[in-house]
Write a protein that binds this ligand. Structure first.
Ligand SMILES: [Ca+2]
Ligand SMILES: [Ca+2]
Length: 274
């Protein structure tokens, strides 16, 4: 037998490992795959959070309407110190009255309407665990006029008796009173109404607003449009999300509202009005 035929198999076909280049290519491919999986997963989580927050805002609207049918009025907003319950400057939980907040930077009164989930202090939460905000029309009627009408919210000549948060007043004024303060626009405004072409709703139709400050909350890289939703005045913004490079700044808030027609429709159907 020749020498070459006796040589061990391993010597004739030496085992060959990965070269550094091959290892680098494999690692790069695995990295790309993991990265794309993480991106997909994170996009799915964000989509779920958005859908869940929208569901919670819809639930908040329904609970507010149900509260109004049962109590004959809308609840006052919760303040930062009311533990997620409504807060009055005069009046009480039974008949309602004048809300503590004279501005529109309150929170959803989760305790009053039975909303969950809430945080340890009792405030309603969105899917990012930020507190859900709530504003209600502060419109008041002019009692001397027949039929009674709502006076503009900045008219200080008539007694300040709220229409929508006071049960007896709402019943007495009936369907004649329209909200005269809250507006929802497609971008931030300098005044108290939407500029031409920037209305998300008609004036005098919004009786309450419920709002999530989105994933970035209210203190992120907020520009003018997000600031408009938390500055306490009666103007709110409803628009699609924007990146931080947008002219109105980053925007990820979710805004929903109750039109006065829907409110009066529910109260009429339930026999609370007229
Ligand atoms: Ca936000
Ligand atoms: Ca505002």
């Amino acid at each position: 037998m020749s020498r070459s035929r006796r040589a061990p198999l391993r010597a004739r076909h030496p085992a060959r490992g990965f070269t550094l280049t091959e290892l680098a290519v494999v690692l790069a491919i695995v990295g790309l795959l993991l990265g794309s999986m993480m991106l997909t997963f994170s996009a799915q989580v964000e989509q779920r959070n958005l859908a869940e927050t929208q569901r919670r805002l819809d639930q908040a609207k329904e609970l507010l309407l149900a509260f109004t049918v049962v109590r004959g009025r809308l609840p006052c907003p919760a303040t930062t110190t009311s533990n997620g319950d409504e807060s009055f400057s005069s009046g009480n939980a039974t008949s309602g009255g004048t809300c503590t907040l004279t501005t529109h930077n309150g929170f959803l009164p989760a305790a009053a309407i039975g909303f969950s989930p809430v945080d340890s202090a009792g405030y309603a939460l969105d899917a990012w665990n930020n507190r859900i905000r709530y504003a209600v029309s502060l419109a008041t009627p002019v009692n001397s006029q027949t039929p009674r009408i709502c006076r503009p919210v900045n008219d200080t000549t008539a007694p300040v008796v709220p229409h929508f948060t006071q049960r007896d007043n709402l019943r007495a004024n009936g369907l004649d009173c329209s909200p005269s303060d809250l507006v929802v626009c497609t971008e931030a405004q300098a005044g108290t109404s939407c500029a031409a072409g920037q209305s998300a709703t008609n004036q005098n139709t919004v009786v309450a607003v419920v709002l999530s400050t989105g994933k970035n909350g209210a203190l992120g890289l907020a520009g003018a449009n997000e600031t408009e939703n938390t500055d306490g005045d009666a103007v709110f913004v409803y628009r699609p999300p924007d990146p931080s490079s947008a002219s109105g700044g980053e925007y990820d808030d979710l805004t929903a509202w109750i039109p006065v027609g829907l409110l009066y429709g529910r109260l009429t159907a339930a026999g609370v009005l007229p």
